[in-house]
Design a binder for this molecule. Structure first.
Ligand code: NAD
Length: 525
């Protein structure tokens, strides 16, 4: 790590505790030359890593897992300090999911990387054996956000490394210390330092990484930046995985357990101060239970304990920075100005620190309000009524995003029927967000919420190139379809098509007779 005392003339970023405004550190940003050099070193180190037996690579991940489990509290507290979330949330949604995802890789990577025989039907190709072979891309560039500063880049890195890649990681400029700690843990687990390098800096360092000699970019962040990444990647046809923002809907059917659903709504909207890509950002409740649901949510929201994440009783921390605070405030004010009922919150909490906003409940919201269209990414639960299941599906799908959604009901069949019609990468029935904690479950969005999948086997698949290897079992035989064309061959091929696809047994048999000549034909070249 370059500290400011070492490099006085560089651009720097300051890491700040969002709850208190306290400066946690000042770090020098990587220069374009350093970015290129990091990628060069990663490229040099990667072939030897890829050539290791998988079990040797997994041994490093096991060692990382042990070290992380040992240092869980320290890491969770660092996440709390730099990102503001309650320490227990950092333990559950960051440390725990990384431990679990590492376990998933340890269990699955070996089988996933085994060659996969690919049987085929075509009679003409029966002398061939095919298989799928998975090989690493080489160097994966990861660009990460601040809201899950540990789990997001760590899960992606672990999958990339298990598959035999090297990683160059550009963390968010708001949470560099967490990323550097992750790097330290990996290196102390025995990973060659060139195989995971963290580059500190803001957008320009991310741009420089995209221009460097990486083989794939894995980006998690906002839609706006995602589009810039896609444009830059398109210029050189760089493969990409994009995990972007969303506006996830919650649908509460009249037969839901309202006590459970209201607790789920408050947690799903307020955990991590609403700054989760899978946060409940819109809530639709069937009209017959609408007022009761609002009453329950209001009571529960008013009981939330807000404060600095390091306090063990705290349930909700601050927003990450002033810009995020203003976005939430703008969305809430716009909704109220357009007729929404403010039932709780709707104000800053400066007595707690610079970036605190009270958990907010809005009723009677509509789709002409920004809070129902744009990602708010803050502690606000906007609620609207609906009449029929069709209405709920139409409202849920009235968005340009599609990361996740949730349906709440005690009737599983009805829940699954609604889930099938909601357009989103993940639909949870009777829970929200938690699918992120299932290591086997793919994570990714429809439409503006992204391209590709992280987590699970689909996530591992993003970290490899698939090669089809085809072996001809008759190496001394020229193939019948090679040159030597003519009317006889055309007739034979036509017969072959009749034999395979002709209608009626007679036609097929006749075709077979016509086709046999092809087996005896002399190849002209
Ligand atoms: P952001 O888009 O502002 O920044 C993300 C990363 O991109 C940061 O590291 C940033 O420095 C970098 N960056 C910015 N400009 C760049 C450029 N021109 N070239 C290359 N890199 C650049 O997002 P954020 O505010 O850090 O994160 C919040 C957003 O991330 C929300 O929209 C949230 O929904 C989304 N998110 C999505 C997922 C998911 O899995 N779908 C997970 C977490 C967060």
């Amino acid at each position: 790590m370059n500290t400011i005392s070492q490099i006085a003339t560089r651009e720097t970023i300051v890491s700040t505790n969002p709850a208190t405004g306290e400066k946690l550190g000042e770090l020098a940003c990587a220069t374009p030359d350093e970015v290129r050099e990091a990628v060069r070193r990663a490229r040099l180190a990667q072939p030897a890593w890829a050539a290791l037996p998988v079990k040797n690579r997994l041994a490093v991940l096991k060692s990382f897992q042990r070290k992380l489990a040992e240092r869980r509290t320290e890491i969770a507290e660092l996440i709390s300090r730099e990102a503001g979330k309650p320490t227990v949330e950092a333990l559950n949604t960051e440390v725990m999911v990384v431990l679990d995802s590492t376990e998933f890789c340890i269990r699955k990577a070996h089988r996933f990387l085994q060659d996969e025989p690919l049987p085929h039907d075509n009679l003409a190709m029966k002398t061939k054996r095919g298989k799928l072979v998975r090989e690493p891309y080489g160097v994966i560039g990861i660009i990460a956000p601040w809201n899950y500063p540990f789990s997001t880049p760590a899960i992606e890195t672990i999958g990339a490394l298990a598959m035999g890649n090297a990683v160059v990681l550009k963390p968010s400029e708001f949470t560099p210390l967490v990323a550097l700690e992750f790097q330290k843990l990996m290196h102390s687990a025995g990973l060659d330092p060139d195989l995971l390098q963290v580059l500190v800096g803001a957008g320009p360092v991310g741009s420089a990484l995209l221009e460097a000699d990486i083989d794939k970019v894995v980006f998690t962040g906002s839609v706006a930046t995602g589009k810039r990444i896609a444009e830059a990647a398109a210029k050189r046809l760089l493969p990409m995985l994009l995990e972007l923002g969303s506006k996830d809907p919650m649908i509460v059917l009249e037969d839901a357990d309202l006590d459970v659903a209201s607790s789920g709504a408050v947690w799903g909207a307020m955990m991590n101060c609403g700054q989760t890509c899978l946060s409940i950002e819109r809530c639709y409740v069937q009209r017959s239970v609408y007022e009761k649901f609002l009453e329950l949510c209001k009571r529960k929201i008013n009981k939330l304990r807000v404060g600095e994440g390091l306090g063990s009783e705290v349930e909700m921390g601050p927003l990450i920075h002033d810009r995020q605070l203003r976005t939430v405030e703008d969305h809430v004010n716009d909704a109220v100005a357009k007729g929404a009922r403010l039932l709780a919150g709707g104000r800053r909490m400066p007595q707690l620190g610079p970036n605190f906003y009270a958990p907010t409940l809005l009723a009677d919201v509509s789709h002409d309000m920004r809070i129902m269209q744009e990602e708010t990414f803050g502690p606000a639960l906007p609620v609207a009524p609906f009449d029929t299941d069709d209405d709920a599906v139409r409202l849920a799908n009235d968005t340009e995003f599609g990361l996740a959604a949730s349906v709440w009901t005690t009737n599983r069949k009805r829940g699954e029927a609604v889930a099938a019609r909601v357009r989103a990468g993940t639909v949870m029935i009777n829970d929200a967000i938690s699918a992120f904690g299932i290591a086997e479950a793919p994570h990714g969005g429809f439409e503006q919420s992204g391209i590709g999948r992280a987590h699970g086997e689909l996530g591992l698949a993003e970290m490899v190139l698939v090669k089809y290897v085809d072996v001809d079992l008759l190496p001394r035989m020229k193939k019948v379809w090679w040159f030597g064309y003519g009317s006889a061959f055309q007739h034979q091929m036509s017969g072959f098509i009749d034999m395979l696809f002709g209608s009626g047994l007679g036609r097929r048999l006749k075709g077979a007779v016509g086709a046999t000549g092809a087996l005896l034909r002399k190849n002209r070249l």
